[in-house]
Write a protein that binds this ligand. Structure first.
Ligand code: AMP
Ligand code: GLY
Length: 425
């Protein structure tokens, strides 16, 4: 079949690689793709929000399956638009993608259906938010309700910092319109684990667990980013935790969305915190996580197209997901300065060395070809270097050794991806 993947980040490179492994995919297109995806798919210069152009392309090329796993187009209704044009697409309809698009919606959903999460209040007025803060304990967490590239969360240590945060989000609109509504919630402590599940509206099939590192600096310091590195599986996601999540969170969420008339189809991402009172939901996303996908999909042995079709046909119950026993570690190489100001257009060298290895994946995120045909940086997160090995410790050592082969000016990475593992391995 002919498949059109929509997007162009590290997550899409990992999805493209998994689609490419499927015996059912004859031709893979990616819009817009990037310099790495171009090696395994035909890249088409159409942006992810250009629905009409994407639909026209899909019709013209007689695409059998489109795949979208990015929040902006999903929340803006790309699945609805493709379906209205009679095209098959894997992803979440807008009325269910709101589970990521509005934190106010997702918090209210969890409260209504008794799904464990931090206690909270929703505000649309800055004065009322500041008044509420006077009665609260600190630290406290402020969240812009809308989409903010994973950056719209402030953890405030005291009242003054929180008031400044409310002003930043609601009045200065630091995160744009995402801040017209705000959630203020209780600060939780515990380890964070990511659980991704395929959903068909009624059932879910859980993928292997993973763990992200969201802060820019070693030792979890500095600003929040889209994610600086991951490992899978997470040894902290034990069988007991899994049992609790299945009982209290996963099916309850799928059922809640169905009961609200918003059946969830696609990939549902559960950002979990393992607190002393058991696992709680920190956030939902309506898509594969990035860079979680770069460690989860390379380990998945089930044919990705079969799973996606089962999600769209409501037959997920018949699918048994299988993951390899190998562990995976991904270290993100970023442009110096990210997540704030950084330069683009730096030539990347050494990719040919890694291309020769089959135990290393080099998932491109922010890369493109320049006029001379060189691969150059074009984003904050440039690429994820994923290593597979029989255990997490050796996968980590391998990823760190492999990333030495790649060079570009300003190359930045965290040195402690998977350091938490030392406590248990
Ligand atoms: P989110 O975009 O909601 O995932 O938040 C980004 C990050 O902020 C999370 O991965 C956590 O590290 C942190 N965070 C969010 N909510 C809370 C909370 N209620 N308590 C403690 N940390 C939080
Ligand atoms: N890695 C976090 C996310 O995809 O939102």
């Amino acid at each position: 079949m002919k498949v059109l993947l929509i997007g162009g980040g590290g997550r899409e490179h990992a999805i493209a690689a998994a689609l490419k492994r499927s015996s059912r995919v004859e031709k893979l297109y990616c819009a817009p793709g990037n310099a790495g995806i171009a090696e395994i798919a035909e890249c088409v210069p159409i942006g992810v929000m250009e629905f009409e152009k994407l639909i026209a392309f899909a019709k013209e090329q007689q695409i059998d399956l489109a795949v979208c796993s990015q929040d902006d187009p999903l929340c803006a209704g790309i699945v609805d638009a493709f379906e209205a044009a009679d095209l098959k697409i894997f992803g979440t309809r807008a009325n269910a993608a709101i589970i990521e698009g509005s934190k106010a919606f997702s918090k209210n959903l969890m409260k209504k259906y008794g799904i464990p999460t931090a206690s909270y209040e929703v505000f649309t007025d800055a004065d009322a938010a500041i008044e509420y803060l006077k009665t609260q304990k600190f630290p406290i967490v402020l969240k812009a309700s809308g989409l903010a590239l994973g950056k719209g969360v402030l953890i405030c240590q005291d009242y003054d910092e929180a008031c400044a945060g409310v002003r930043e989000i609601m009045l200065d609109r630091h995160f744009g319109d995402a801040g017209s509504e705000m959630v203020i919630e209780e600060f939780m402590t515990g380890r964070e684990v990511s659980a991704l599940a395929f959903c068909d509206g009624t059932h879910y099939a859980l993928m292997s667990s993973s763990q992200d590192h969201k802060r820019i600096g070693d030792g979890d310091t500095g600003l929040n980013t889209g994610g600086m590195g991951t490992f899978s599986p997470s040894p902290f996601y034990t069988e007991e935790i899994d049992r609790q999540c299945r009982e209290r969170i996963y099916q309850k969420t799928v059922d809640a969305m169905a009961a609200e008339g918003r059946p969830f189809t696609g990939v549902l991402y559960f950002g979990l915190m393992l607190t002393q009172d058991g696992p709680k939901v920190v956030e939902y996303n309506t898509r594969f996580g990035d860079p979680e996908t770069q460690v989860v999909l390379p380990r998945m042995e089930t044919d990705l197209v079969d799973v996606m079709e089962a999600c769209m046909n409501g037959t997920l119950e018949q699918i048994q997901l299988k993951f390899s026993d190998d562990a995976a570690v991904c270290v993100v190489l970023a442009s110096g300065g990210y997540p704030e100001h950084y330069e683009k257009g730096k030539v990347i060298t050494g990719l040919d060395v890694l291309a020769k290895r089959d135990d290393i994946y080099c998932f491109h995120a922010g890369t493109r070809f320049d006029e001379a045909g060189h691969v150059v940086t074009s984003g904050g997160r440039v690429m994820g270097i994923t290593a597979l090995a029989p255990d997490l410790k050796s996968a980590r050592a391998k990823a760190y050794e492999a990333l030495e082969d790649v060079s570009f000016e300003g190359k930045y990475f965290r040195h402690d991806i998977g350091k938490a593992l030392d406590a248990v391995l």
